[in-house]
Ligand binder design. Structure first.
Ligand code: AMP
Length: 189
C-alpha cells in the first residue's frame, strides 16, 4: 500500500504519517525531513537548499525526485510508503508515477487533509514560537502557503482524474482525522 498524505503546510501531515508508521508498519518518506537532515549534516545539498527552505520557496523538482528515487529500493518488505510533502508539483507527481511503475507498483490512494487557509494561518501562529523551524515565521509561512496554492493544488485534479483522491476534514482534532484516514485505508482492503 502506497499512499500520499496531501495538504497545505501545517495541515498535520507529519503527525498523521507518524501514527501510520506506528500503527501499520509503513515507512514515512518526508522530503522536508530529508532536506532538513541534509542541512543539519552540512552537506553540499544542505548548503544549496538552506536559503530556499528558509524563505519558504520550493526546492527544485530534480533534487526532491532524486531524494525519493534513492529511498524507493529500501521500501521492499515494509507495509508500504507514506509520501509526506511529496509530490508538490505536477512534474514531481509524474516522476513518482513513472518510478513506481518501474518498480511494479503504484499509488493506491491520495488522502487530502482539507483545511481552511485562514484557520491554518491562525493555527500556525502558536507553532511559530515553539517549532524552532527557521521557515515557521509569518513571512516564510505566507510564501509556503502561496507555493502550495500555486504549484501543489493542481495535484488535486491530477489525482481526482485518476480516481485516487480521498478528502478528509483536516480541521477536526488529531484523533478524528486519524479515524477518517484509517477508515479510508481499510475500505481499500
Ligand atoms: P515540509 O517539511 O514538507 O513542510 O517542507 C519544508 C520545506 O522543504 C518546503 O517549504 C520546501 O522548501 C522544501 N520541500 C520539501 N518537500 C519539497 C518538495 N516535494 N518539493 C519542493 N520543495 C520541497
Amino acid at each position: 500500500m502506497n499512499l500520499i498524505l496531501f495538504g497545505p503546510p501545517a495541515a498535520g501531515k507529519g503527525t498523521q504519517a507518524q501514527r501510520l508508521v506506528e500503527g501499520r508498519g509503513m515507512v514515512q518518506l518526508s522530503t522536508g525531513d530529508m532536506l532538513r537532515a541534509a542541512i543539519a549534516s552540512g552537506s553540499a545539498l544542505g548548503r544549496r537548499v538552506e536559503g530556499i527552505i528558509q524563505r519558504g520557496e520550493l526546492v527544485s523538482d530534480d533534487i526532491v525526485i532524486s531524494l525519493i528515487r534513492d529511498r524507493l529500493p529500501g521500501l521492499a518488505g515494509s507495509g508500504g510508503a507514506i509520501f509526506d510533502g511529496f509530490p508538490r508539483t505536477v512534474a514531481q507527481a509524474e516522476a513518482l508515477d513513472a518510478m513506481l511503475v518501474q518498480a511494479g507498483q503504484g499509488i493506491d490512494t491520495v488522502i487530502r487533509l482539507v483545511v481552511d487557509d485562514l484557520v491554518l494561518t491562525a493555527r500556525v501562529e502558536g507553532r511559530f514560537r515553539e517549532s524552532g523551524r527557521p521557515d515557521d515565521n509569518p513571512q516564510s509561512f505566507a510564501k509556503r502557503l502561496a507555493a502550495y496554492n500555486r504549484d501543489t493544488a493542481p495535484l488535486i485534479p491530477y489525482y481526482r482524474a485518476q480516481g485516487k483522491l480521498v478528502e478528509v476534514d483536516g480541521m477536526a482534532d488529531i484523533q478524528a482525522v486519524a479515524a477518517q484516514i484509517a477508515q479510508a485505508l481499510d475500505s481499500l482492503g
